[in-house]
Design a protein around this ligand. Sequence first.
Ligand code: FAD
Ligand code: MLT
Ligand code: ZN
Length: 472
Amino acid sequence: MTDKFLEQLRQIIDQQYILTADHDKEPYLTDWRKRYTGKALAIVLPRTSSEIAKIVHLCASNNICIVPQGGHTGFCGGATPDQSGNQIVLNLKRMNSILQIDEANQTITLEAGCILQNIQEAAAAKGFLFPLSLGAEGSCMIGGNLATNAGGTNVLRYGNTRDLCLGLEVVTAKGEIWNGLKGLRKDNTGYDLRDLFVGSEGTLGIITAAVMKLYPLPISQWTTLVAVDDVRSTIALLNLFQKRATSLLTGFEMMTNESLVLTHKHFPQMGNPLKGNPPYTVLIELSDHESEAHVRQLLEDILQDAFESELISDAVIASNLSQANAFWHMREHITLAQAEEGANLKHDITIPLSALDDFMRDTDALIRAKYPGVRIINFGHLGDGNLHYNIAAPQGVAPKEFNRLNEKPIHELVYAQVERFRGSISAEHGVGQLKLEGLRAHKGEVAHELMKSVKRALDPQNLLNPHKVVSI
Ligand code: FAD
Ligand code: MLT
Ligand code: ZN
């Protein structure tokens, strides 16, 4: 049966793009964090949406499931196949053309396999900003960003990937091609199909192309690091910037001292320029289309206010682009430092800002009482109320063994706290296989059943990425 299936596949797509040898498949079978490894009948690398439509038909008639895959940088195991060996991985990296930049409409139309950084650069070359930005931008793809509704560091000003998307082309689970590639900012023709596919993590359809919004490229940008004593002051500082800088505020990232000490340990060139290891370091960015001097003056005035109200105790303003980049690199390297340190328990959560301080105080206390010596590595997009609340094994304890024993109860403890404070157990990373159980337990029964009905309606054969997000 497998041989016959592969033979039929070769009639759709050239055999050099169907990888079946173990050493060829291997790079596609394990996720970025090396947490999940699966098996696949083949890795298939299509070039067009009509090839994908034919592949879907063939898989449907052979009961073979499809795992869509982009850069495979996701944190929830969504793009990793299962152990059944009855799945193909459909990696979209060959569909990497930028189809059009429409300057009047301020939109870019592109195929799903375009790498995020290439999109940013193509937009900048025409004087536009494509604002989606995240640590994995050198390898993640826009199809994956859309499928996870990725967040990143510019959400405060420009929104999540969903907010940047105007239109999609999708191959459905029935093998039809839905062409919704319209660059419209208003379109109330019934149910929002685009928004249904955005964030569906490859479980409802395969995104093959998209129309995304562009913005004028800012001409001035100032980045600063400030020292703060506690979460309450950090939120007051955010509110001060929101009030005084309004839409010029494009970044507001919080890093605890523990996260920066870890980053410095693994990347010694990345030291915190603020003296004395403050409990919290906040990276703030203002950008605008006014002159550099105007924005700089505004930043200095706000910082002056913050000093006077004792919200901050120190500040360093980047004097040039390379120093600003160094500040951002330090922030982005926390994840890489965590990976170097060994597996840790990640919680990508949102809490209403008004409750964040209480959440952290309470949850830290519960965790420390139950798991003495654990390291809590917190950082995140504080401007969005999005905290990366990560738990690492105590010094000297093997992370794998610690996680094996404690992963489930720690996740449950944190998620129960998230529910108590009316937050979300997945702010920006999605659900995949990691949070399948968490979603079932915390989404609420009515919402969970509705999600399953949507999955059944769009993919009755459970062909696309089964047992990710919801199980039917
Ligand atoms: P993949 O990992 O390949 O896939 C992710 C999911 O989307 C899977 O379920 C897959 O089946 C599905 N999928 C992929 N392509 C398609 C398609 N064309 N059609 C349908 N389904 C598809 N995420 C954030 O939100 N914010 C961050 O700040 C952030 N920072 C990161 C930093 C680092 C260092 C790393 C490694 C990751 C980070 N991530 C972040 C997570 C990750 O980069 C994002 O989730 C990203 O959007 C995934 O894109 P990808 O192309 O790698 O998708
Ligand atoms: C980030 O904000 O850096 C990413 O979401 C990665 C992470 O959570 O580690
Ligand atoms: Zn993040």
